[in-house]
Design a protein around this ligand. Structure first.
Ligand code: ADP
Ligand code: MG
Length: 330
């Protein structure tokens, strides 16, 4: 057997769940025309999201296939995390080049994908495989109680604004990869990991139920994505420059500002929460061993959707030279 079906069989044989140990509501895995999954627990809903990665736009031909497989799934699980959902199932639609079906590239891609799936206990329940410019589209399905889902529109006046982890590092890694900046050796590995091995913040998303009023994952730049929360919530936002993660040693401050505020690919959670939740959020940071930075406030005065960054003298920082995030059609 050669070609498409051999490839599908080769890939699926690595992940096909043992029918005797199946839990998780999967009634029929890949192999038929559809997978079958049981309805979620009473009171819960499915949370469903799709993200696509296209060669030349989201990754380069020369990128490590194993990293790419990881990232293809991780960026989708990040959307579930941002909703406060528990990841359950994924499908994978792949367009591959002629010859890929018999190359190690696909196996390495699939190995990265499978590692991420196993780490986060999701089952691959189906997909599609076709020929074309390398493109990967994942649909991820999670479960969440609809009243606990973390929406963009829930921010309230005077909420604190928080961001997890190390925003800006992925964009810094991309600038280095594209040769537009030099980096001290100590940052090479951490920026590479931030760019190529994003960690979906699932435990954080689950823990924010009942604490955060709004949340999203930052994929297209902090300012642009905060703008989505502000717009959806009908509020303005102020960030405090001094509270933002500082430029790493030996990194040009202007480049860092661009990476932190306008870069993409962070996959950190940006959320708002009432001031009364501060100590619980700090405890959560310690429990999860994940930095959580309190970087500003939402407020009702000012035009909805506007964001101001203030310096230590409470003067607005000039952001006119900043590229504000990624838009595929801009
Ligand atoms: P169909 O012709 O019904 O679309 P396919 O031949 O495309 O079926 O796929 C056969 C089975 O393999 C289906 O159950 C499908 O979900 C699964 N499958 C195909 N490609 C993938 C993939 N890239 N990842 C996971 N499952 C896949
Ligand atoms: Mg098909």
């Amino acid at each position: 057997m050669a070609g498409e079906f051999a490839l599908i069989e080769r890939l699926l044989s690595q992940v096909r769940p043992d029918p005797n140990t199946q839990t998780n509501g999967l009634l029929l895995g890949p192999g038929d025309d559809c997978a079958l999954i049981a309805p979620p627990a009473p009171g819960e809903s499915f949370a469903i999201t799709t993200d696509m990665l296209v060669e030349g736009t989201h990754f380069l031909h020369t990128d490590s296939p194993e990293d790419l497989g990881w990232k293809t799934l991780a960026v989708n699980l990040s959307d579930l995390a941002a909703m406060g959902a528990t990841p359950r199932y994924v499908t994978l639609a792949a367009a591959l080049l002629a010859g890929d079906e018999s190359s190690a590239w696909v196996d390495q891609f699939f190995s990265g994908f499978t590692n991420c799936a196993q780490k986060h206990k999701v089952s691959l329940i189906g997909g599609d495989t076709t020929r074309g410019p390398r493109t990967f589209s994942v649909t991820a399905i999670g479960t969440v109680h609809p009243n606990q889902a973390l929406r963009r529109s829930g921010a309230q006046d005077q909420d604190d604004i928080w961001i997890s982890g190390t925003p800006g590092m992925a964009a810094l890694g991309l600038a280095y990869k594209l040769g537009t900046t030099d980096l001290p050796v100590v940052l090479e590995q951490s920026t590479y990991k931030a760019l190529h091995r994003p960690q979906p913040r699932i435990a954080l998303g689950l823990s924010l139920a009942g604490l955060a009023h709004s949340c999203l994952d930052v994929s297209d730049g902090l300012l642009q994505d905060l703008g989505h929360i502000a717009q959806a919530s009908g509020l303005a936002a102020t960030l405090h420059n001094a509270a933002l993660p500082p430029a790493p040693n030996l990194v040009d401050p202007a480049l860092w500002q661009q990476c932190l505020l306008g870069g993409g690919d962070d996959y950190e959670l940006l959320f708002t929460a009432p001031t009364s939740a501060r100590s619980k959020i700090q405890t959560l940071s310690a429990t999860l061993k994940l930095p959580l930075h309190r970087i500003g406030q939402m407020h009702a005065d000012g035009k909805a959707g506007t964001i101001t960054v203030l310096d230590i003298h409470q003067k607005p920082v000039d952001l006119s030279n900043l590229r504000h995030g990624f838009d595929h059609f801009a």
